[in-house]
Ligand binder design. Sequence first.
Ligand SMILES: [Zn+2]
Length: 231
Amino acid sequence: MSKIVILTGAGISAESGIGTFRDENGLWAQHRIEDVATPEGFARDPDLVHAFYNARREQAAAALPNAAHIALAHLQARHRGEVVIVTQNVDGLHEKGGATKVWHMHGTVDGALCAACAHRWRAPLEMHRTTVCPSCQAAAARPDIVWFGEMPYDMEQIYTHLSEAELFAAIGTSSQVYPAAAFVHEALAAGAHTTELNLEPSAMVSAFAEARFGPASKLVPIWVDQVLSQR
Ligand SMILES: [Zn+2]
């Protein structure tokens, strides 16, 4: 059975109102990346970092999946082979849209991680520097988010999936952050057909066999229908 691997980035959630650090307005605009998205920033000012992710958690909890998330869940349900969704997003919208198995390479805003014992649990809506780990009781809770300078999650399994892909699609990702930017090369080495679906050409567009440009909520449902009719 043919395996489809899909990488999604911020562009798929933009129409659901989730901002990114590349936006000129919104949540990220008031902060520097090194202050709120690095382990050093967290060590310097945990109150600021918790407040930042508390706001992002609240935003994600209120956000609704759009037609692109729902179309990918439909593909996962209908395709006779495996459909592997790998996301750089931390918002949980794939699951809200009905996707069953999603690889969260950058963690999730719904997760808490103990910096003392590495225990993971579901984050409360608000975390603070006094939030206690339910396993070791240390006041060392941090967001279960992969920050700049940290190793993305599940890379071994993701590379294995890429090496078995017959079709690889990158959706709404600017392809400026490694290792995700290089996934297309892994898929090409496996002999996969490669497609980019993006608002505008990414930094990696020339590596893809095919590219389509426009909003994800328009492009993705059409692409999914085509994939399902061909395979
Ligand atoms: Zn702990």
